[in-house]
Ligand binder design. Structure first.
Ligand code: FAD
Length: 456
């Protein structure tokens, strides 16, 4: 096999919300950075039709800034983003055009001097004396051996950590159940005016589970008040259909994300039970199942949901969305009690405040709990406990499964990514291990770049 050898200061594996800001932050601070991505575009779940949730907390206070805000500002300048709107259920919603985003992601990486390698996967990791000596990449018949001072694993599933033998956990405490994946798709020719009239005439269609955790003002009026909305509802309709055996999906609500394109909505409503997204056999089953579930779900909507009668599928997103897999052991671990208490320790390098939002991996329901205030994510959650030159970013950092259900939202993953990139650059500049980096120095650099690390 053809083998190439390369050397970098920082290699970021995975070009999603955890990876892009990490690569850009490290490169902007002078590091020689490679960003490796298995798809032919950047974005990960930023490119699958989802809204950005959680820039604002329950009280409307902004908790994520820095690169994540810079991205929104750039998209707004191009009329490709609505900005942040408060939401009584999701705290805040920020809708954007996903295709424009993909272009912006390339531009910002290239402007920062990041070298991008697409269509390339990590296939092996050589560990020597507790550190990664070589990352083995593979793309189109080429084996690429890469040496790097710091490696940031932003693959979502923690593929690098897994191959390096780093310790990890999976699933909810006690049960090991993982949140289920969803294959996103877009519907065109939806008459939203008619649909909104339907939910106004029958507001029970917006009654969700135990509504005490969801603002009572999450109602048809809210949905009609702003284009910048995500609709979660039709529980009444879905329950009736399920009772008759006519519901083609294992979930009890319908979710659409309004699009910036009139008449289009992105749908987040397939569900695939007992799937481990870090297992390719499960992944394959879920991808195929998703493609079969979508037309059945669309037929159900056409038949029962006023406004959807004439809709059609305009796109099925290229990769299924994975909510939860591996969480790696860091030199610190963030736990549920800390986020519920709203603890912001001194070594905080990112804030989170999104709701605890656990989709049932072997049933139809969802657990929702809103947090009263923001919480801090310590630097040590991003640093591997086992491998000296390995850091984590995005949803595979060191935290428990309940924290993951909140910190997994994309603005928070971007804040984590920026912190990982800055931390890596400090380690490279001082020629020290990631674990020996002063978190206060990282926090200062982040603040100087517009990150929000204080909450009041
Ligand atoms: C169905 C669904 C709905 C969600 N809803 C929302 C929402 O409404 N709002 C919100 O803010 N968040 C939402 N989330 C959460 C959010 O999308 C994820 O938690 C977040 O994207 C995680 O970021 P990440 O960078 O860790 O992983 P990802 O977004 O998965 O990015 C990982 C990247 O790494 C690449 N990669 C993976 N393995 C390799 C490898 N071995 N080699 C090279 N590249 C690799 C992938 O192709 C991908 O580009 C949702 C998630 C799902 C699945």
């Amino acid at each position: 096999m053809n083998t190439l050898k390369k050397t970098y200061d920082v290699v970021v594996v995975g070009g999603g919300p955890g990876g892009i800001p990490a690569a850009i932050a490290a490169a902007r601070r002078g590091a020689k950075v490679l960003l490796v991505e298995k798809n032919g575009y950047l974005g990960g779940n930023l490119a699958i039709g989802l809204p950005l949730l959680g820039y604002l907390d329950k009280n409307g206070i902004q908790v994520t800034g820095g690169f994540a805000q810079e991205l929104v500002d750039t998209l707004m300048e191009r009329n490709a983003c609505y900005g942040h709107s408060r939401c009584p259920m999701h705290n805040s919603v920020t809708l954007y055009n996903h295709e424009e985003f993909k272009l912006v992601a390339f531009e910002k990486c290239l402007d920062a001097g990041v070298e991008i390698l697409l269509h390339t996967e990590v296939v092996d990791v050589e560990v020597e004396n507790g550190a990664i000596k070589n990352l083995i990449l593979f793309g189109k018949g080429f084996r690429i051996e890469v040496e790097s001072k710091i490696i940031i694993d932003a693959t979502g599933d923690g593929d690098v950590g897994f191959l390096a033998g780093a310790r990890f956990q999976k699933g909810q405490k006690g049960t090991g159940v993982l949140q289920p994946p969803t294959l996103m798709f877009t519907l065109g020719n939806v008459n939203l005016e008619k649909f909104h009239q339907f939910i106004t005439d029958d507001p029970d269609q917006m009654v969700l589970w135990d509504n005490s955790e969801i603002g009572s003002d999450y109602n048809p009026e809210h949905i009609q008040s702003t284009q910048n909305h995500v609709f979660v509802g039709l529980r009444k309709m879905f329950s009736e259909l399920r009772a008759k055996g006519e519901l083609p999906v294992d979930r009890d609500t319908f979710i659409y994300i309004n699009s910036l394109i009139p008449g289009e909505v992105n749908v987040n409503s397939t569900r695939h039970l007992n799937v481990d997204g870090s297992n390719v056999f499960d992944l394959t089953r879920a991808e195929i199942e998703g493609h079969f579930q979508i037309p059945k779900l669309v037929d159900t909507l056409k038949k029962h949901a006023p406004g959807f009668e004439d809709c059609y599928i305009t796109r099925i997103f290229p990769t299924i969305g994975i909510r939860e897999t591996r969480r790696f052991s860091g030199i610190k671990e963030l736990t549920e009690d800390r986020i519920v208490a709203g603890d912001i320790p001194e070594d905080t390098v990112a804030l989170g405040s999104y709701i605890i939002d656990i989709h049932d991996g072997n049933g139809a329901g969802t657990i929702i709990k809103r947090l009263e205030k923001a919480y801090g994510i310590p630097y040590g959650c991003l640093v591997s406990k086992d491998i000296r030159n390995l850091m984590f970013s995005g949803r595979c950092i060191s935290m428990d499964a309940v924290v993951l259900s909140s910190a997994r939202v994309m603005p928070t993953c971007m804040a984590i990514g920026e912190a990982a990139g800055v931390g890596a650059s400090v380690a490279v500049n001082k020629d020290i291990n990631a674990a020996d980096v002063d978190s206060l120095e990282v926090a200062k650099i982040l603040r100087d770049n517009g990150a929000i690390l204080n909450y009041s």
